[in-house]
Write a protein that binds this ligand. Structure first.
Ligand SMILES: Nc1ncnc2c1ncn2[C@@H]1O[C@H](COP(=O)(O)OP(=O)(O)OP(=O)(O)O)[C@@H](O)[C@H]1O
Ligand SMILES: [Mg+2]
Length: 521
């Protein structure tokens, strides 16, 4: 082991080799970004940072991890250099050859555990210092430790396995998040996103049947194919976050993370550190470095909920990020970069805020690369039957009971209730009704909450009755057709159930379906 500290210059040939490698790697990176437009973890070069002063270790790593095998190797002689490289680059793995003096709190490995959670670590130790190596491996939750002398074949396999393991664990994290919402998927198991079944359409977890939603989803699908920012506007509970997720999962960023942050009621500093990160000591309480959502979601999507609530000061930072993709962590003088797609949501009219001068016009124009307006539920009552049935199945599954659906009386009330809390309110109403409904039965009027049960349905009149110039016979037939269509949707075209619900014989129902030319959409 060499006694005095040195950099690359102490090994002339190696210094040359490193320079050549770094230039070549830089080219590979540029090429990669030009071709793919983003960093895809599955096919990207893995960045491995080696902290070592030991010529034998450096040589073994240089032989083991070649550019051709897909590795970008960064050499650092000491902790200081390692920390600064960690801040500048997205490092996938650290090979940390430790010295006796490396056990202080400034130890790069120790710090990286908190500040770069996605980066994996391998400790390298002297043959006669294995117990200290094992201890450091333990303290820093490292993947494993290796004792010198290193064989480059062994190092190549270990690094490959560690990176495979890191990738599996990254995918596991993403899938676990998804699993939370998998109940919805079970209901539509095997269907493709965007599929239509029995008149019910789906865009990821958004369920709908109305033409208004169909138009909106068509626009969202176009937005998903681009990298432009998206601004989603809609009243509370209309499904803004669900739509944002659907866009992310239908974009080419699907294999990278999507992070969400609500901007309402959060102080400027907290918001800044949440999005841009901070370095240790940037403010009292900053006990460790924080990566920040923009860098954590590199290659993916960041969802800013309630974006209308950010202060004018933060609006400037956001605008800079949208323009340059630059991230400057709080307390750091380094400017870093991140490639994320921004989706923002607001339930206030930002238009008006711009007119009043409380929201920057330039930021507004930047954010609304695409502007998607989610209609209130009362403006798309065609969605109520399909959403109701969807939530019945979802929550019947949750409480483990058989609930067949809702009666047409209940559905009528739901369709006429204005739902100020939109889909969220409908969802909790159905959830409550399913919990009190009888096993094997339908949700009936008595299960409805009082405010909805009191909703006048007759007085509002049926739109069909207002058909100008129609005779009484026409009006009755139009009404009958509507009732049939509604019941068929509610019971997913199960004609026995529809006949039972409407008090018809199966043959009588079949005749009416034929007469009115009703068809499963
Ligand atoms: N079209 C839909 N299909 C299925 N579920 C929906 C739909 N729209 C909304 N939901 C459900 O309604 C609830 C509210 O949705 P979400 O959180 O996306 O709304 P939001 O507009 O972001 O609300 P807020 O403005 O309060 O943040 C969620 O439980 C969501 O799953
Ligand atoms: Mg929301």
């Amino acid at each position: 082991m060499l006694q005095r500290p040195f950099g690359f210059e102490a090994i002339p040939n190696l210094a040359k080799l490193v320079t050549v490698m770094q230039i070549r790697f830089a080219n590979v990176d540029c090429h990669y970004h030009r071709v793919n437009g983003e960093t895809n973890k599955l096919s990207a070069i893995s960045t491995v940072l080696l902290k070592s002063k030991d010529e034998a270790v450096i040589n073994a790593a240089s032989q083991a991890l070649s550019e051709l095998d897909g590795y970008r190797l960064i050499f650092c002689a000491d902790d200081e250099a390692a920390k600064s490289r960690l801040d500048e680059l997205k490092v996938d793995l650290i090979l940390y050859d430790f010295d006796k003096g490396d056990f202080g709190p400034e130890n790069a490995l120790l710090r990286s555990r908190l500040s770069h959670a996605a980066c994996w670590r391998i400790v390298i130790c002297d043959e006669d210092d294995v117990s200290a190596g094992a201890q450091l491996c333990e303290d820093t939750a490292s993947y494993l430790y290796l004792a010198k002398p290193l064989q480059h074949q062994q190092l190549r396999i270990v690094v490959k396995r560690a990176l495979e393991h890191a990738e599996l664990s990254r995918r596991h994290r993403i899938l676990s998040r998804e699993l939370k919402l998998s109940l919805d998927d079970e209901i539509f198991g095997g269907e493709e996103a965007g599929s239509v079944q029995g008149g019910v359409s789906r865009f990821e977890r958004l369920v709908y049947a109305s033409p208004k939603m169909a138009d909106l989803v068509a626009e969202a699908k176009v937005a998903a194919t681009t990298d432009m920012p998206v601004l989603i506007r809609g009243e509370t509970g209309t499904g803004k976050e669900l739509l944002a997720r659907a866009i992310h999962f239908n974009s080419h960023r699907v294999n990278s993370p999507m992070h969400s942050q609500n901007c309402g009621g959060v102080s400027d500093d907290a918001l800044y550190s949440e999005f841009f990160g901070h370095v240790r000591g940037a403010f009292s309480g900053a006990i460790a470095d924080r990566l920040g959502l923009f860098r954590a979601a590199d290659g993916g999507t960041v969802f800013l909920d309630e974006v209308s609530e950010v202060s004018p000061h933060f609006q400037v930072a956001l605008l800079r990020f949208l323009q340059e993709g630059e991230v400057k962590p709080l307390g750091s003088d380094k400017t870093l970069h991140s490639n994320v797609r921004i989706i923002a949501a607001s339930n206030r009219s930002i238009d008006e805020m711009v007119e009043q001068g409380t929201f920057r016009r330039d930021l507004y124009y930047r954010l609304r690369g695409f502007q998607l307006d989610l209609p209130a539920l009362r403006e798309r009552s065609e969605d109520i039957p399909v959403l109701t049935q969807f939530f019945v199945e979802k929550y019947a599954g949750v409480v483990g009971r058989r609930v067949l659906g809702v009666t047409s009386d209940v559905l009528k009330r739901l369709e006429h209730y204005p739902f100020p809390g939109n889909v969220r309110e409908l969802e909790s109403e159905v959830q409550r009704m399913v919990a009190v409904a009888e096993q094997g039965g339908y949700v009936a009027l008595r299960h409805l909450s009082e405010k909805i049960a009191r909703t006048p349905v007759e007085t509002n009149g049926n739109a069909s009755l207002a058909v100008a110039g129609a005779t009484l016979k026409d009006k009755v037939e139009t009404l009958e057709k509507d009732v049939l269509r509604q019941a068929l949707t509610t019971f997913h075209w199960n004609q026995s159930k529809v006949a039972e619900d409407l008090g018809l014989s199966r043959v009588g129902l079949a005749n009416k379906i034929k007469r009115y030319g009703l068809r499963k959409v």
